[in-house]
Design a protein around this ligand. Structure first.
Ligand code: G4P
Length: 533
């Protein structure tokens, strides 16, 4: 392989990550502050304003129609100290959907953002599980340290116990008279003392830096805070998990940071460490073996498709994560699933909401490819027609509903629509008897409510089949592998339902988590799986 030094250097300085968090932990605020320190925005408040605007305009579809495409998805690119950072947005709140999980397949690392009073919450747990399965490095940021929260040592202990990951604090909070005044960076052995600005965190925080041994430190943070800090650090050094780069890269040790996204305190110390510690794009598994990002031959995969909600414009954007080589407009690739040659003439890159044409894109970058309906989630686009990435798993839906054509004469259109939406990755369809689409009523599954809204909208406007949903209360699915008669026997118990996915794989839907646990413990003749086989 011919190594291109420009390609190598570009890869070395690329960081592609996503933030995982429970709603309200401060993801929007932190995103904004990272953009602020990255120089991509000059005054904080813009991302937030966008979100509020989005909430205010309760009709998401309408937003999509007005904009053409994609307010729900974006990739924010910004530079920091010679690094080029791609922050992949993980749709949260009511936008939460399978896409949120898929974004994590495209990321090289994740930042787990926690509220200092709440620690690990339900959404965090679900998203963490996806990262853990992929064994990507997970950085922890404990946010809202400007308010009194859980004791940092206890919080870390809880994270370790809850998620089964070792933690190593890299920064440690410094409090004086109950106020969050700074952090100590254990790797750099530096104290950052922050000053609160006048503008409520809209611009970068004023900071003074000193080493722990510096005689003026007691003046800088106060004698009491100094004494406590020395004590805490000695304790962490003696009793905490030592830092291990290998363990971090393997996803078994999480570097921890303390910050307040609101006041900006601790945000830059985190960013400084993050760019150095987080991995650049690494090799990815494919049918031909591992694909090295430095391979000059282009390869990427589709991890998300954003359909246009405007029926007059059927085009859609396929988000492609570049895994190797370099993209330039006009690049010819093979759409490996169909064997067809595609010329990627127009590709978009995204900065917050703005879209702009891309001149070049490198491993770790994401490009938006205009598509007329040929591309599907997980598809490989590569110069080498024999190379295919391992694909993207289907994630277990959390909501299920029967879908009923309001006009029975439109049943055919509805089935065609559902088939297409399934192939595209926009829906998951289940049947009560094998893959027989004549089964009385198909059941759709979604990760978030929004996914249902999109399905209904598209069935009506793209396929001419207005439908209504009848919610099913059961919401705990597990794919089951085992003998057919055993699976049937297990599914006959009260509160269970046997379904088949679009590929004919059986799954059992449990009414409550208790019933699910009961089956998991007792029914050992079959195996249960959270993601589709
Ligand atoms: P999300 O995207 O994760 O849902 O969270 P978002 O950033 O919107 O933050 C949720 C709430 O938490 C917001 O308050 C936000 O201001 C607050 N917040 C974020 N970071 C910090 C922090 O470091 N310290 C403190 N004290 N609060 C923080 P809100 O009242 O819902 O909205 P707003 O009126 O402040 O805009």
């Amino acid at each position: 392989m011919n190594i291109d030094p420009v390609l190598l250097e570009t890869i070395r300085t690329r960081r592609t990550f996503a933030i995982i968090s429970h709603p309200d932990a401060g993801k929007t605020t932190l995103t904004e502050k990272l953009l602020l320190y990255g120089g991509a925005i000059h005054l904080a408040g813009t991302v937030k304003a966008r979100r509020q605007q989005r909430h205010a305009t309760s009709d998401w579809m309408q937003m999509e129609q007005e904009r053409g495409i994609s307010v729900t998805s974006s990739v924010m690119q910004f530079g920091y100290e010679g690094y080029q950072i791609n922050l992949l947005d993980t749709p949260g709140h009511e936008d939460f959907s399978e896409d949120t999980y898929r974004v994590l397949i495209a990321a090289d690392s994740a930042v787990m953002l926690l509220d200092n009073r709440k620690g690990v919450e339900e959404r965090t747990r679900q998203l963490f599980a996806v990262c853990k399965r992929r064994r990507i490095p997970i950085f922890t940021v404990v946010n809202k340290c400007d308010r009194v929260g859980e004791d940092p040592l206890k919080l870390i202990g809880d994270v370790e116990a809850d998620l089964g990951i070792d933690c190593h604090p890299i920064t440690w909070p410094i409090h004086a008279d109950g106020a969050f005044i700074g952090v100590y960076d254990r790797r750099r052995r530096l104290i950052y003392r922050f000053e609160r600005g006048e503008d409520h965190g809209a611009s970068e925080a004023d900071v003074r830096v000193a080493s722990l041994e510096d005689p003026s430190v007691a003046d800088l943070i106060g004698a009491e805070a100094h004494e406590r800090l020395v004590h805490d650090i000695a304790l962490l050094d003696a009793a905490g998990h030592p830092f291990s780069h290998e363990a971090m890269l393997a996803g078994t040790l999480s570097p921890v940071f303390f910050a307040s996204a609101l006041t900006n305190f601790g945000v830059e110390p985190f960013l400084k460490e993050f760019v150095e510690l987080a991995p650049p794009p690494t090799a990815r598994e494919a049918s031909t073996g591992l694909v090295d990002p430095a391979d000059p031959s282009f390869a990427g995969f589709v991890f998300k498709i954003q359909a246009n909600m405007d029926p007059r414009h059927r085009d859609r954007v396929a988000f492609v994560r570049v895994c190797s080589g370099k993209f330039e407009p006009g690049l010819q690739v093979t759409h490996v699933r169909t064997g067809k040659t595609l010329r990627l003439s127009s590709a978009q890159q995204f900065l917050a909401r703005e879209r702009s044409a891309v001149e070049e894109a490198w491993p770790g970058d994401v490009i938006g490819v205009m598509d007329r309906g040929t591309l599907r989630i997980g598809d490989t686009l590569a110069a080498d027609a024999t190379l295919e990435f391992s694909g993207i798993p289907r994630f277990a839906p959390e909501h299920f509903a029967r879908v009923i054509a309001t006009d029975p004469l439109k049943r055919k259109q509805m089935d065609a629509g559902l088939r297409q939406l399934t192939e595209e990755g926009a829906a998951q369809v289940f049947y009560t008897s094998g893959t027989d689409t004549l089964s009385p009523t198909p059941i759709v599954g979604a990760v978030g409510q929004l996914q249902f809204d999109v399905m209904m909208h598209r069935l009506e406007h793209e396929y001419g089949a207005p439908c209504r949903l009848e919610k099913i209360s059961a919401r705990y699915p597990r794919w089951v592998v085992g003998a057919a008669d055993e699976i049937e026997r297990i599914s006959r118990d009260r509160g269970r339902m046997l379904l088949y996915d679009a590929k004919g794989h059986p799954l059992i839907l449990f009414e409550d988590s208790w019933g699910l646990r009961w089956a998991l413990e007792r029914e050992t003749v079959v195996t249960f799986h959270e993601v589709a086989p």
